[in-house]
Write a protein that binds this ligand. Structure first.
Ligand code: NAP
Length: 309
């Protein structure tokens, strides 16, 4: 641990160009994330650049709600939107992207294959439907939403076919624990490039983060602000006073400094702007550790080994 910290400081001093912040993951040096501003990216194992901060749209209504949220996010400088087939708002995401006038190649759109398509062996059909609703020629990142038992390895082979067809720039998984990933590695020709997992101060799963980074998989946090509940954590209130930033901003900054991509959701313009205002301060190593220590291994969402949907 001490050696890692020394190495980390050493690299910080030697290689960081003035005015830039490059985040190295705690234990391994495979993930390098540039976190200067909303345009900051992390490089996936296939060389594709993924913006390290995005807008989540779970529970955002199809139609004007999602269209406005994406519009405000893009206006605020976000370039990464995270949706899923099961959110039933891909058409609205596609509409907002289309009318934004922003060149498609400057945006990063993630969507996810729903579990029923795995159970019914309709992976390709699920993909085609998402592509159509999003009204785009390609998806930047396509994820298996949950590790459906007995199905996800076969699903992965179809994901690889979709990737080879050139209609997705990257493929990955979501809600995969280490044992799911090890099962996948046994049959995979292409390793997942991203694992999107529930991740916040009460569910850190540092071993899983390290495992993913060691295999050059980007770790991406869902429910990063515990659906607003980070505002109830006393330590974060103290840090909020210290850094003159809100609890939400402290936690989103903690994600980036850990080398984790983060995708907070909001449907309010003010919050969409506020959540992204995290590029003008830096948490100390000691405060990073204090936030790590809040971990309770607590899932607010379903557990990847016994979800029922
Ligand atoms: N792969 C998966 O299985 C999975 C599962 C869940 C989520 N996700 C993805 O991850 C994204 C984020 O996760 P999430 O939506 O579950 O939770 P989250 O981002 O942790 O929290 C969203 C909630 O916090 C509120 N909020 C946003 N900004 C706030 C602020 N500054 N102060 C106080 N409250 C604030 C939002 O309300 P308002 O909207 O009213 O502002 C919303 O109720 C999702 O949208 C989705 O894209 C993926």
């Amino acid at each position: 641990m001490v050696i890692n910290q020394i190495l980390k400081n050493y690299i910080w001093e030697l290689f960081i160009p003035k005015g830039k912040a490059i985040c190295l993951s705690n234990k391994y040096f495979y993930i390098t994330m540039i976190i200067n501003d909303l345009k900051g990216t992390v490089q996936l194992s296939n060389g594709v650049s993924m913006p390290c901060f995005g807008l989540g749209v779970f529970k955002t209504q199809e139609g004007s709600e999602v269209e406005n949220a994406v519009k405000w996010a893009l206006e605020a400088g976000y370039r990464h939107i995270d949706t899923a087939a099961i959110y039933r708002n891909e058409r609205g995401v596609g509409n907002a992207v289309r009318v934004s006038g922003i060149p498609r190649n400057e945006l990063f759109i993630t969507t996810k294959l729903w579990n029923d398509n795995q159970r019914n062996d309709t992976v390709m059909a699920g993909f085609e439907e998402s592509l159509g609703l999003l009204q785009t020629d390609y998806i930047d990142l396509y994820l298996i939403h949950w590790p459906v038992k007995g199905k996800f390895t076969a699903t992965w082979k179809v994901m690889e076919d979709i990737y080879r067809s050139g209609r997705v720039r990257a493929i990955g998984v979501s809600n995969f624990l280490q044992h799911h990933l090890e099962d996948l590695f046994r049959i995979a020709d292409i390793k997942p490039m991203v694992n999107q997992v529930e991740c916040h101060p009460y569910l850190v799963q540092q071993q899983l983060i390290d495992f993913c980074h060691a295999h050059h998989m980007v770790y991406e946090a869902w429910s990063p602000i515990m659906r607003g509940k980070v505002n109830d954590i006393p330590l974060l209130e103290e840090l909020s006073d210290k850094y003159h930033k809100s609890q939400v901003q402290i936690v989103l900054r903690w994600d980036l400094q850990k080398g984790i991509v983060t995708i907070p959701k909001s449907v309010h313009q003010e919050r969409i702007r506020h959540n992204a205002d995290i590029f003008d301060f830096e948490l100390s190593a000691e405060d990073m550790d204090l936030i790590d220590k809040l971990d309770k291994n607590h899932h607010f969402g379903a557990h990847p080994d016994n979800f029922t949907f």
